[in-house]
Design a protein around this ligand. Structure first.
Ligand code: BES
Ligand code: ZN
Ligand code: ZN
Length: 513
């Protein structure tokens, strides 16, 4: 069984703006509409259910501030139906009007949770009003209702959401032509895979060990026709993965090195995704303090994102050969653990002095990157990792760090991130910082000299030592975006599945879909 708890919703389309049979309604409005009169279509819905919508707005003091909402029961043929209006504020002055739509959908969904409505008719704004296409609007709304419906309840017993019948509403996107059904389908595949990733990441680390995550990847592969290979830490050592092994050997749960492959058409170009899979990061011998250690089950979020992305790619079938590589370990302090001052050798022969055992992510990624290049010779590699506190500290929760020397790749990934609502911000990968990684006795230190500061950049530069300069390569630091996002309506308390949507869209764009 997949260890995910996904409350499946269904999204459908209807040409009609007013669906009389719906058991609840969500209507998205702009501030101007709240003030000066609601657009036709939306007005028809509200007048049919509420009578005078302006009177309802007034009674609730609803002025249409971005994100604000009104919940008011309406009547249709003497039946009471909950109606929610959520305002987008002024889309023309918003720096991300489509994100406002996502959040408004989340607000509407949350407000209707307690009603357990079976069918929710949703009236989105005109795509032009929020500066996007109808296809993207449909994709974003579909995605967000799926993401909002996720709840991690695997370990709740007695009276929990799990034991109650889960709420599984049908969402009808109203006034939308059926030709957009393909957009719904595509979004559904990607959003469901995002929820799969979230289920892996939210799972506690005593359960989601390297072996368990490998088994989950194997299950995904079996269900969707991917090739699965796995070897353990001893085999990795034989292959020369001294950096990976130095982390894996500290735990009694042996490291597993997993590769998923989507073959695509014969002769298709190859791209590789590499995800950091530290199933728990104690810091190792350089032990983290207790409050910095809690939440470190999420340190496998990069690997979980790669597995989720591979699941969606297998279903969407782009014309590209995609390899997903996930080095899985636990970073533990033990009698077998690496020590500060140890020197280890990576698969490409470079030696690394371990300055801090808590900088373990870059060690396991170093060998995974070399393995990706040597084994598959990809045109492009994207790695994704909860790599540095420095990145999370700087960018917070709304942007992941993007590091690349390739301007075209930076542009592609940044615009994909903006489109799908999983945003990236490019940070420097300049060689001026490279001396921060000098070691007096080895080729490299695993931790940047503090005099240079810029911890997220020095970590990215470290990884750059394990990728051929000719390969298109980007590193995504998701340390701040993997979990516990404040102030967003559609994400719960736990994992976000960050990166899945980006990796999938990237593979689709590479494979001409
Ligand atoms: N997994 C952490 C990074 C992290 C920190 C992720 C906070 C999410 C939230 C990583 O392995 C780590 O410990 N990095 C160190 C590196 C340092 C020792 C050079 C860090 O960022 O402090
Ligand atoms: Zn660490
Ligand atoms: Zn870590």
């Amino acid at each position: 069984m997949l260890r995910e708890t996904v409350f499946m919703i269904t999204v459908t389309l209807s040409d009609k703006k007013f669906n009389e049979k719906a058991s609840a309604y969500i209507v998205l409005l702009t501030q101007d509409e709240v003030k000066d009169g609601v657009r036709s279509g939306a007005a028809d819905v509200l007048q049919a259910l509420w009578g005078d919508e302006e009177a309802v707005f007034k009674a609730h003091g609803f002025t249409g501030k971005n994100g604000s909402s009104v919940f008011q029961v309406g009547y249709h043929k003497e039946k009471a139906v909950p109606v929610v209006c959520v305002s987008l504020g002024d889309p023309s002055s918003s720096d991300d009007a489509v994100e406002d739509v996502r959040r408004a959908c989340g607000t509407g969904y949350n407000l209707l949770k307690k009603t357990k409505a079976e069918t929710i008719s949703v009236l989105l704004p005109d795509a032009k009003t929020v500066g996007t296409t109808q296809s993207n609007l449909v994709e974003q709304a579909t995605t967000i209702f799926h993401i909002a419906s996720y709840a991690y309840t695997e370990f709740k017993s007695g009276g929990s959401a799990k034991k109650d019948t889960p709420w599984q509403p049908t969402i009808v996107l109203s006034g939308i032509n059926k030709k957009h059904e393909k957009d719904v389908k595509r979004a559904e595949i990607i959003a469901t895979a995002t929820n799969t990733t979230r289920g892996f990441a939210d799972c506690p680390p005593n359960i989601m060990t390297p072996q368990e995550l490998a088994d989950q990847a194997k299950k995904v592969a079996k269900d969707h026709g991917l090739t699965y290979t796995c070897f353990d830490q001893e085999k990795a050592k034989e292959l020369g993965m001294g950096c990976y092994y130095s982390v894996a050997k500290g735990s009694s749960n042996p490291g597993q090195f997993v590769t998923l492959e989507y073959k695509g058409k014969k002769g298709a170009p190859t791209i590789a995704f590499v995800g950091k899979g530290v199933c728990f990061d104690t810091g190792g011998i350089s032990l983290k303090p207790a409050n910095a250690m809690s939440g470190m089950k999420y340190d496998m979020s990069g690997a979980a994102a790669v597995i989720g992305a591979m699941k969606a790619i297998a279903q969407l079938k782009p014309d590209v050969h995609v390899v997903g590589i996930t080095p899985l370990v636990e970073n533990m302090p033990s009698a077998c653990a690496s020590k500060q001052d140890d020197v280890v050798t990576a698969m490409n022969g470079k030696t690394v002095e371990i300055i801090n055992t808590d900088a373990e992510g870059r060690l396991i990624l170093a060998d995974a990157l070399v393995y990706a290049e040597q084994t598959f010779k990809p045109e492009a590699i994207i790695d994704i990792a909860t790599l540095t506190g420095a990145c999370a500290y700087f960018l917070g929760s709304f942007y992941a760090g993007l590091f690349t020397r390739d301007d075209a790749l930076a542009g592609t990934l940044t615009s994909i991130g903006k489109k799908v609502g999983d945003k990236l911000w490019q940070l420097p990968l300049s060689d001026q910082y490279a001396p921060a990684l000098d070691s007096p006795i080895a080729d490299l230190a695993n931790c940047g000299n503090q005099v240079y500061k810029a911890g997220a950049t020095t970590a990215a530069l470290f990884l750059g030592n394990f990728v051929d300069k000719k390969t298109q390569w980007a590193h995504l630091d998701i340390a701040g975006t993997d979990s516990k996002i404040p102030g967003t309506t559609y994400l719960g308390k736990g994992a976000t599945g960050t990166g899945v949507r980006i990796l999938v869209e990237y593979a689709l764009s590479y494979g001409g879909k």
